[in-house]
Design a binder for this molecule. Structure first.
Ligand code: DLL
Length: 432
């Protein structure tokens, strides 16, 4: 895997990993209890002190932390170090309410860069590569995180940021980009633009590192085929660090969590009780290695399951399955739990492009869902009858997957707004 692979860390024995996590948990609990009044109060309210935490087996004695806690503590109340030791902030993309801000020391940025470098190496990256970073730069963590990781690996780094597709394609062809980092929806848009311009033969990409939003296995295949690359999933969230909390390797069979920095749990989102490995639940993280802004038992709202079995690639760090969505993305339609990624799966299996939007409403006291999906340019010249037949076929496939009726409307190619960052898939009029 080349000289950038952190082999001693990434293939450590499970006993060693558990020891790191044990030591890390004890250390962080003590640090926050002593230095963060917000935490001390929370722990006191839960009737727990650092002396009660003797190992990771005691973690369930500690209270959870939620996004609301982070908003209440905004901006400085969760800092575990004096501000003079912090050198950077990043922030969430949330558009409503108070933003969530993460603080970093030099050491935190270094570890974050390691996570992203591991992701690039796991996708086959070396110092021979040209790494094209089209995640947004600025407060969003995507650009800065992958940028640092790319430097660490020694790739030639193209800090493109998002948007300006013409310029993206010009640099991609002129400089021979080999690794593309962006959201899967933007990768899909770039693939579409490359095909429209007929410049496939000038594209040198071999791998893509795509994350920041939910995407389906079908979308992966679609992007891989259109760009002629291997597409790897990468996960992370601002509160915990940014991208690189977990990433896929060549086995493409779940994302390895950087377990030398993070202690993961999966809990039942209703009861908050831990669930066994392999069972679906909400991902919870303790970022014990963070210096400036460590979080204990942070509820991500992201739904997945975990496995600690050794991976084919040799890495021993636990893996999370591709995210199934967020508990707050889940729509309840006529009493059925529906995730946008399930609909995406059906649409792509039906040969439709990944350009779609879901409109959910409540009419006469009953939920309705309309799926707008773009036709392919070939379908656009089909007869009205053929289009209606295709709509019926998709309605039947959705019914069989979800058990409910959804209206399906095939719309003109290019009529659904393309996203340069995280795609907005759902318009839930019930919430307006
Ligand atoms: O999206 C960090 C990131 C940047 C990850 C670039 C990967 C690549 P936030 O804006 O704070 O941070 O959003 C975090 O995005 O809780 C998930 O719900 C979702 N998310 C992130 N990665 C994935 C993924 C960045 N691979 C929130 N699959 C998280 C599905 C993802 N959802």
């Amino acid at each position: 895997m080349g000289k950038y692979f952190q082999e001693d860390i990434e293939t450590a024995s499970r006993e060693t990993i558990e020891q790191w996590q044990n030591d890390g948990l004890l250390d962080v609990v003590k640090r926050v209890y002593e230095n963060v009044p917000f935490y001390r109060k929370k722990m006191e309210a839960a009737g727990v002190t650092p002396d009660d935490i003797k190992s990771t087996a005691d973690i369930s004695k500690l209270p959870f932390l939620t996004k609301d806690d982070l908003r209440d503590a905004y901006p400085y109340d969760l800092l575990a170090l004096p501000l003079k030791d912090c050198v950077r902030i990043q922030s969430t993309s949330g558009t409503t309410g108070k933003r969530v801000v993460d603080f970093y020391t030099h050491g935190d940025i270094d570890k974050w860069g390691n996570g992203c470098a591991r992701a690039i190496v796991a996708a086959g990256g070396t110092d021979e590569d040209v790494c094209h970073v089209s995640y947004g730069y600025g407060l969003f963590t995507g650009g800065p995180g992958l940028n640092d990781g790319s430097h660490k690996v020694g790739c030639l780094t193209l800090p493109m940021s998002s948007g300006n597709t013409d310029r993206q394609l010009q640099f991609m062809t002129d400089l021979g980009s080999t690794i593309l980092c962006c959201t899967p929806s933007y990768a899909s848009y770039l693939a579409e633009s490359i095909h429209e311009r007929g410049i496939q033969d000038q594209i040198k990409l071999k791998a893509g590192i795509f994350g920041a939003e939910a995407w389906s296995e079908e979308m992966r295949h679609d992007i891989e085929e259109k760009l002629g690359i291997k597409a790897y999933d990468i996960y992370g969230l601002t509160e915990i660090e940014g991208p690189g909390v977990a990433f896929e390797c060549e086995a493409q069979d779940g994302m390895h969590i950087c377990e030398d920095y993070f202690l993961p749990e999966i809990v039942d989102p209703e009861t908050l009780e831990p669930v066994p490995d392999g069972e679906i639940g909400e991902l919870v993280f303790t970022s014990f290695a963070k210096e400036a802004f460590p979080l204990i038992r942070y509820r991500t709202k992201d739904i997945t399951y975990i496995t600690r079995e050794k991976c084919k690639c040799g890495r021993t760090h636990a893996r999370i399955h591709r995210l199934m969505g967020r508990s707050d993305d889940m729509m309840i339609i006529k009493g059925v739990n529906v995730y946008p990624s399930q609909i995406e799966e059906v649409l792509i299996k039906q040969g439709m492009p990944a350009n779609y939007q879901l409109i959910v409403d409540r009419v006469n006291n009953s939920d309705t869902m309309e799926v707008l999906v773009e036709m392919t340019p070939e379908m656009f010249s089909d007869t009205i009858g053929a289009i209606a037949d295709k709509e019926k076929e998709i309605i039947a496939a959705l019914k069989s997957m979800l058990g409910i009726y959804a209206k399906v409307k095939l719309v003109e190619p290019k009529s659904i707004t393309r996203s340069e960052g995280k795609a907005v898939r759902v318009i839930d009029k019930r919430k307006i």
